[in-house]
Design a protein around this ligand. Structure first.
Ligand code: NFE
Length: 474
C-alpha cells in the first residue's frame, strides 16, 4: 500500500501553533504512523527582547511568554537572578511562591483534561468547541457522556477559582508582578489566608470527586491507550516546589529515567545542549549549553523544519511533564503512554493541592519577612531551574558589566518534548511517541491527536513571533 501523508495543521486544543506531518502506511496488517515531523511554526524571540534590559524586568517580561504557565516563567526568572547573586529568599516568600505556582499548576491540569483532551474521546455538546471534530471510536455511553459534559462545564468555573486564589497573594493572574528577585511582594494576612484556604478546599474537592474519578473512567474505557504513545521512555525532571530553605528538599525531585526503567539518574544542567541542525537557527550556534546559548534565526535553511531547537541531555532526547516528575519522585511508575500521562497528571494535581494545604498552614499571618534587597551583580551568570505544568523549565542569563542583561536563554518544557530531530537524526520525543500509532481513518487521525494531546503541547512557550507579511504555516 502506498504511504499516505496527512498534515494536522494547526493542531487545535493546544496552546500556540503546532503542525504535525504524519506518514501512514500498513505494517504487519495494521495501518499506522510510519513517519512524523512536529513543526513549531513561530519564532519566540524573547531572548532578544531581554538583551540590554534591567535584570529585574526578566520576571515581568518572560511571564508574557505564555498565559498558561506565566507563574513558572516568573519563578524561573527570579531563581536565575537569585542564583546569579548567590541569594536565598526568606521562608515566607518561598511558601507564597509555592502557593501561587501551585494554583497555576492546578488551573493548567484541569484545563488540560477537560477542555483540551476530553473532546478527543467523547461526543460532548453538538456545538463549538466540540464541533467540528474528527470522527472517532465513541465508546462512552450517554449517561457517562452527560456526566463528563457536566464536569467539563464545572471545570471552567474551577479554573477561574484557581486563578482567583492565586491572585489573592499574586495581586493578579495571569502575569503576576509579585515574584521579585529576593522574595515576594505580598505579606500574608489572616483574611487572605482564610480566603485562599476555602478556595483551595473547593478545588481539592473537585479534584477528588470529579477530576481523578473522571480520569479513571476514561482509563478504563480506553485502556488500549496504555499501550500507545510510549516513545523513548526517557524522562526528565528539574524538580520544583522547595519545602524548606535547603534547596534540595522539593515536592518533586530532580533526576532522569532512561528507557522507562531503572534507578533515577542524576541531572546536571552542564550536560544540556541545544541542537539546531533541523531548526531555523544558525548552524554555527549548534550544540551550545544554554548558559552560552544563542538564538539567531536563519530562515530559510535546508533540512530545517521547526522554530523549536532540540534540547538534549548528554545528546539524548527526553520528555518532561507530570509523568516525568511523578516517576522521578517515585509516585507513579505504572507505565509510559497516552493514558499514563493523563492519569499521572491528575494524581499530580491531587498531590500538589494537598501540599498547598500544608504550605498554607506554615504561613504566619502578618509575617512581613517576605523579601531581601536584590542588587544586580556584574559580570555573572545565573540559572533558574524549576518545573512548569508541562515540565522542566530553565532560564539562563548573563549580567554584563553595566548590570544589564547581556544574554538570556529560555528552554521550555515544550522545547524538550516537541523538539525536532537533531544532528544524529534522532526524532524528538513526541515524534518518537507517534511512531507506530495505529490510524484507522487517515482523514480523521484522532489516534495521533490523542498522542499529541497527552503531552499537552504549548507552542506559545516554545515559539512566538511571526512576520505579518509571511505568516502562513509551513
Ligand atoms: Ni505555555 Fe509552558 C508550561 C512553559 S510549556 S505552557 O507548562 O514553560 O513549554
Amino acid at each position: 500500500m502506498p504511504i499516505i501523508v496527512a498534515a494536522i495543521d494547526p493542531v487545535t486544543r493546544i496552546e500556540g501553533h503546532l503542525k504535525v506531518d504524519i506518514e501512514v502506511d500498513t505494517v504487519g496488517g495494521v495501518q499506522q504512523v510510519t513517519g512524523v515531523k512536529t513543526i513549531g511554526t513561530l519564532f519566540r524571540g524573547f531572548e532578544k527582547v531581554l538583551e540590554g534590559r534591567d535584570p529585574r524586568d526578566a520576571a515581568i517580561i518572560t511571564s508574557r511568554i505564555c498565559g498558561v504557565c506565566p507563574t513558572s516563567h516568573a519563578q524561573a526568572a527570579v531563581l536565575a537572578l537569585e542564583n546569579a547573586s548567590g541569594m536565598a529568599v526568606p521562608g515566607p516568600a518561598r511558601i507564597l511562591r509555592n502557593l501561587v505556582h501551585g494554583a497555576c499548576f492546578l488551573e493548567s491540569h484541569i484545563l488540560h483534561f477537560y477542555l483540551l483532551s476530553l473532546p478527543d474521546y467523547i461526543q460532548g455538546l453538538g456545538m463549538p468547541p466540540w464541533t467540528p471534530g474528527f470522527e472517532m471510536d465513541r465508546r462512552v455511553d450517554k449517561a457517562t457522556t452527560d456526566l463528563f459534559t457536566a464536569h467539563y462545564l464545572e471545570a471552567i468555573t474551577l479554573r477561574r477559582r484557581c486563578h482567583e486564589i492565586g491572585a489573592i497573594f499574586a495581586g493578579k493572574l495571569p502575569h503576576t508582578p509579585a515574584f521579585i528577585a529576593g522574595g515576594f511582594t505580598a505579606v500574608p494576612s489572616q483574611p487572605n489566608m482564610d480566603l485562599f484556604g476555602s478556595g483551595l478546599n473547593e478545588i481539592l474537592d473537585f479534584i477528588n470527586s470529579r477530576y481523578v474519578p473522571d480520569v479513571e473512567r476514561l482509563c478504563s474505557l480506553y485502556s488500549d491507550y496504555f499501550l500507545i504513545g510510549r516513545g523513548y521512555g526517557n524522562l526528565l525532571s528539574y524538580g520544583a516546589f522547595d519545602q524548606d530553605n535547603t534547596a534540595t528538599n522539593k515536592l518533586f525531585s530532580t533526576g532522569r529515567i532512561l528507557n522507562g526503567s531503572g534507578a533515577v539518574q542524576p541531572m546536571n544542567a552542564a550536560s544540556i545542549t541545544e541542537d539546531v541542525t533541523h531548526s531555523w537557527y544558525r548552524n554555527s550556534d549548534n550544540g551550545l549549553n544554554p548558559a552560552i546559548g544563542e538564538s539567531n534565526a536563519e530562515y530559510p535553511k535546508s533540512d530545517a523544519y521547526s522554530w523549536l531547537k532540540a534540547p538534549r541531555y548528554a545528546g539524548i532526547p527526553h520528555e518532561c511533564g507530570p509523568l516525568a516528575r511523578m516517576w522521578v519522585t517515585g509516585d507513579y511508575t505504572n507505565g509510559i503512554s497516552v493514558m499514563d500521562r493523563i492519569r499521572a497528571r491528575s494524581y499530580e494535581a491531587l498531590k500538589i493541592a494537598l501540599a498547598m494545604k500544608v504550605w498554607l498552614g506554615e504561613l504566619l499571618a502578618g509575617d512581613a519577612t517576605v523579601t531581601h534587597d536584590w542588587t544586580a551583580p556584574q559580570n555573572v551568570t545565573g540559572m533558574g531551574l524549576t518545573e512548569a505544568p508541562r515540565g522542566a523549565l530553565g532560564h539562563w542569563l548573563n549580567i554584563g558589566s553595566g548590570g544589564k542583561i547581556a544574554r538570556y536563554q529560555v528552554i521550555t518544557p515544550t522545547c524538550w518534548t516537541i523538539s525536532p530531530r537533531d544532528g544524529a537524526n534522532q526524532p524528538g520525543p513526541l515524534e518518537q511517541a507517534l511512531f507506530g500509532t495505529p490510524v484507522a481513518n487517515v482523514s480523521h487521525p484522532v489516534e495521533a491527536l490523542r498522542v499529541i494531546h497527552s503531552v499537552d503541547p504549548c507552542l506559545d512557550c516554545a515559539t512566538h513571533v511571526m512576520h505579518a507579511r509571511d505568516a502562513h504555516h509551513r
